[in-house]
Design a protein around this ligand. Structure first.
Ligand SMILES: [Zn+2]
Length: 648
């Protein structure tokens, strides 16, 4: 059953990123006309143009931008303006070399690229706020400007974390705020290990080059602090834009597979999130869909694709070609997952700078490239459809950055990656065309039928109480291995595993946990937990890898037992019935989660080999979008083709 709650209906828009500062002024009107001919309606400007806006300290020049906006809006284009703080101008880094980030090994990075600045340095913060205030004051109420993008891609190129002296002091202050007293910090971190009891906040180190790893508690908190630091930096700009640009929305463009920023927190103060969709940075259409669903979930509402890959990209180490039809399919896939706008990056391929091998909608010589024709085709498709919005999902998957970081710091099994686990679980639903939302830790699962909790390693006190009530009302909770293992400060719990009340809710205890060595690891060949689990009924075998836990059911029933190796005969997967629902614990990592879910009836067999999604029309209609991601015809749909069907 589809529900219409939580839906915001907006018309899907297409647009492009444009750099008037890269092209002679006489091109602007020509380009604007070409954009309109392609059916584009919005254009994003100025995210890297600080040097043009403020050529000398305190000397501002917005005339060129005013002229560009006038030309583009005269052609009927709406404008998204950016604050330009990702690229501090040369005069600023020259006057204040301390604004440049310091890497883990203590090296100060050189200017000349982008995102070289550290958010902790006062000279950068002050200059960034001055230019933000200036651009906001100039264009805040400009009738053509519909909204604002803060900065550009916080964290791109591994730039979230800096290790300068300002960050050290910022971290120490952040810790004082979080823990209140050194006694509390020492206890939370367990600093007695290797004799690290702190008696002065200024003695607390930050991550650096050491002969052995530093405290996992300190390093997890440094990840949190570094993320919070950019959330704070963004908040300062939001405050100025709210003041000078009333009635305009504010967003930031988030990235694929980006884990150094806590996007739940970064999204909180934005009106909606935007997302830079570069499928060639991801493994396949399923991982593209996961990222799109995560973007929708961050604000539980439609989002923008602020940069859409229009063809081959410079930063890819292989730079594979993009077959004809693919850009149009990517555009519709984004809309199928809840995008209300798709903005191609960029309008014309750059003739200079670091991204010359990045395709545009136009080639270097200003003739249309393949992406131009496909944007035009997508615009024509959308013109025939009503406004579309994504309905609510019935399946939720918990996704958490602190859990990701804790496991990233100590994977135990080198190949154990939290993201891979989330993707493996997501794939089960994507392949069956069951829509999925992502949820933060501490969420209320009301409204969902199924909640998947992958490796929730950190214990959030009280969280399980809401889950228990929801299960009793009929929810199906599926918790995996490595859940409820550590306190929030990243030290092991002293409760039986899984901790935090999970053991009681799931009716099971973890007796032992094992990393599963990779097949290529040949030492001590008999020291292996095993490779397979068998259903208790004896009719099904699953292969597992990476992780295995021996379970002792208390009140739960065993569903699978280990079939071989050191764990042979022990329980691997359990189910506890509770009220009208059930709570399942999966103690090992199946190579194919789908086999388990289908066999247990937790998901229906897939009905199509094509990706399908349902969308609600603003006019009350219901639509099914079908996407063929392959070059070959599948089930009557041509290769790289899209079909919209009205269901009601
Ligand atoms: Zn710093």
């Amino acid at each position: 059953m589809l529900s219409v709650e939580r839906v915001i209906v907006m018309p899907p828009l297409l647009g492009c990123a444009y750099y008037p500062e890269h092209w002679p002024q006489e091109r602007w009107a020509v380009d604007a006309a070409l954009m309109r001919q392609a059916g584009l309606r919005v254009v994003r400007l100025a995210e890297f143009a600080w040097d043009r806006m403020e050529p000398q300290p305190g000397v501002y020049d917005f005339g060129w931008l005013e002229q560009a906006i006038t030309t583009l809006s005269a052609a009927g284009l709406q404008i998204v303006l950016c604050t330009p703080t990702a690229t501090p101008p040369p005069w600023l880094t020259h006057a204040h070399p301390e604004i440049c980030r310091v890497t883990l090994d203590g090296t100060r990075v050189s200017p000349g690229a982008r995102r070289q600045a550290c958010a902790s340095v006062p000279a950068y913060q002050e200059a960034a706020l001055r230019i933000t205030e200036q651009i906001a004051w100039h264009f805040g109420e400009h009738p053509a400007v519909i909204g604002w993008q803060i900065d550009n891609e916080f964290g791109v190129g591994e730039t979230t974390r800096c290790y300068c002296d300002y960050c050290r002091q910022g971290f120490q202050d952040w810790l004082a705020e979080r823990y209140g007293s050194l006694d509390a910090l020492n206890a939370a971190w367990g600093t007695q290990f290797w004799g690290m009891t702190y008696r002065d906040w200024r003695h607390i180190p930050i991550p650096g080059i050491t002969n052995e790893p530093q405290s996992p508690s300190m390093r997890l908190d440094y990840r949190r602090f570094s993320s919070d630091n950019w959330v704070r930096f963004q908040r300062q700009q939001i405050a100025l834009l709210r003041q000078y640009a009333p009635g305009r929305w504010i967003t930031h463009n988030l990235m694929i597979r980006h884990w150094s920023l806590n996007y739940w927190r970064l999204a909180q103060e934005l009106d909606f999130v935007s997302y830079d969709n570069y499928p060639h940075g991801l493994s396949d259409p399923c991982e593209v869909a996961l990222n799109l669903d995560l973007m929708w979930s961050l604000k539980r509402r439609s989002f923008w694709v602020m940069e859409q890959q229009p063809g081959p990209v410079n930063w890819h180490p292989q730079r594979p070609p993009v077959p004809p039809g693919q850009v149009r399919v990517w555009t519709h896939q984004a809309i199928a997952h809840g995008a209300e706008a798709v903005v191609y990056f960029r309008f014309r391929a750059g003739r200079f700078g670091q991204e010359q091998y990045h395709t545009g909608l136009l080639k270097w010589d200003a003739t249309p490239d393949q992406g131009y024709r496909e944007a035009q085709a997508a615009a024509a498709d959308l013109a025939r459809l009503p406004d579309l919005a994504r309905p609510a999902s019935r399946v939720g998957i918990v996704f958490d950055y602190d859990d990701l970081w804790s496991i990233e710091l100590e994977p135990v099994q080198r190949d154990f990656r939290y993201w891979d686990l989330v993707l493996a679980l997501y794939r089960v639903f994507w392949e069956a065309n069951v829509p999925v939302d992502f949820l933060p830790r501490g969420c209320d699962p009301s409204g969902y039928d199924t909640l998947i909790v992958p490796a929730a390693i950190l214990i959030h006190p009280g969280e399980v109480d809401a889950w228990r009530e929801w299960v009793a009302r009929g929810g199906r909770l599926i918790v995996t291995f490595r859940s409820g293992v550590r306190e929030l400060s990243n030290i092991a719990t002293d409760s039986p595993l899984p901790g935090g009340g999970l053991s009681d809710l799931l009716g099971v205890r973890v007796q032992d946990f094992c990393a599963v060595p990779a097949p290529g690891f040949t030492e001590w060949p008999e020291h292996r937990p095993g490779t397979q689990v068998q259903s208790v009924k004896g009719d099904h075998t699953l292969t597992y890898h990476l992780w295995a836990e021996a379970l002792s059911p208390i009140t739960a029933e065993p569903l699978y037992r280990y079939g071989d190796g050191l764990l042979a005969g022990q329980v691997a997967i359990t189910r506890q019935r509770l009220g009208a629902g059930e709570a399942i614990y999966v103690g090992c990592w199946p190579v194919n989660f789908g086999e388990l879910f289908h066999r247990q009836g937790w998901i229906a067999q897939k009905s199509s080999r094509l990706e399908q999604a349902q969308l609600l029309g603003g006019d009350g209609t219901l639509w099914r979008v079908t996407l063929n991601h392959s070059l070959q015809p599948v089930e009557g749909l041509a290769g790289l083709e899209v079909r919209y069907e009205r269901l009601s």
